[in-house]
Design a protein. Structure first.
Length: 183
């Protein structure tokens, strides 16, 4: 299978072309956010505030990077379990979020939101945080610095290796893999 190179912000044409199981190399700006940051996003929206970045066409990486060692821009930055963000993801997708990166299955509610609003979910290899950090060119905290590794960061990445787990048509690599295995 060919590896596709894509860039952020994710445009509609790219979203529509991505297919479940496809290997991609992602470049551009992405944002880290885990459980606590997602809760703050929802609290901010509930209170009529503004989110720390515009969600339209952006990608959130479910990751809490470790501190950068001397001479590096970031420490290990592997994915965290995505299902912990499932309660929050549909709202962010409805606000224009087009991509999420993490590990593990997503709920049907999230898959339905991705299909309705045309978004995708990418899988990053769990346990490969040191390898994934090699794709990060720069990092900066943009919100919630007091939350340490749960702060929201903007990462500039080049050729981050990912797989399309859920495409905008409702397809799920986990379901596909199971059906292929049973044959």
């Amino acid at each position: 299978m060919e590896i596709r190179r894509i860039k952020t912000p994710l445009e509609a044409g790219v979203i529509e072309e991505l297919k479940v199981g496809e290997k991609v190399l992602l470049s551009g700006s992405i944002y880290t956010a885990r459980d606590a940051a997602h809760k703050r996003f929802m609290d901010t929206l509930r209170d009529g505030g503004t989110l720390p970045f515009d969600m339209v066409n952006q990608v959130i990486y479910y990751c809490g990077p470790s501190p950068a060692p001397p001479g590096k821009v970031i420490g290990a930055c592997g994915p965290t379990t995505s299902s912990r963000m499932d309660a929050y993801a549909p709202k962010l997708i409805s606000l224009g979020l087009k991509g999420m990166i993490g590990k593990g299955k997503r709920s049907q509610t999230v898959k339905d939101a991705m299909k309705q609003y045309r978004a995708v979910y990418f899988g990053a290899t769990g346990g490969a945080g040191a390898l994934l950090s090699k794709s990060v060119l720069s990092s900066e905290i943009i919100a919630y610095e007091e939350m340490g590794p749960e702060a929201v960061m903007r990462l500039e990445v080049r050729d981050m290796p990912l797989f399309v787990i859920n495409d905008a048509n409702g397809n799920d690599l986990y379901d596909f893999g199971m059906s292929e295995y049973k044959r």
